[in-house]
Design a protein around this ligand. Structure first.
Ligand code: DQA
Length: 144
């Protein structure tokens, strides 16, 4: 399986950013965990983080015909971006949405997820483990 893992704005600030919500581990540790998990499972992974909505849309479009599945944490764009929702619908790849924090137990505006409308599964509030769960789910469902 070829997998795209896409991370949205401010996730590059993990470890520094609101550690009580997002934890003390940095973005490099998250990337390591994703690569290790994919290595164990025989998944060929590409990881991208961007602070720019259009770049995230370009990455999703670029997955078309090249990737088998997407794991996405659109971060703040989760709650605002119809463009990311439309890109996910356009490529129609199996996608899993991940949030480190429990977005359903925070401000009201975080309860809306546009991207989630194009994802077959959403994992919230499990920290970094949410990504490994998403990867394992995709491998179990679609095979390596
Ligand atoms: C987040 C939750 C979003 O509401 C927030 O804007 C983020 C991170 C999470 O992983 O918990 O930047 O996606």
């Amino acid at each position: 399986m070829k997998l795209l893992v896409l991370n949205g704005p401010n996730l590059n600030m993990l470890g520094v950013r609101e550690p009580d919500i997002y934890g003390r581990e940095d973005y490099a540790s998250l990337e390591r965990l994703i690569r290790d998990t994919c290595g164990e499972l025989g998944v060929d992974v590409e990881i991208c983080q961007s602070n720019h909505e259009g770049e995230l849309v370009d990455q999703i479009q670029g997955a078309f015909g090249r990737m088998d599945a997407i794991v996405i944490n659109p971060a703040a764009y989760t709650h605002t971006s119809v463009a990311i929702l439309d890109a996910l619908k356009a490529v129609a790849l199996p996608a899993v949405e991940v949030h480190l924090s429990d977005v359903n137990d925070r401000e009201e505006f975080r309860k809306i997820s546009y991207a989630g409308m194009a994802c077959e599964k959403t994992i919230v509030g499990k920290g970094f483990q949410g990504y490994t769960e998403a990867i394992r789910y995709l491998v179990q469902t679609y095979g390596t």
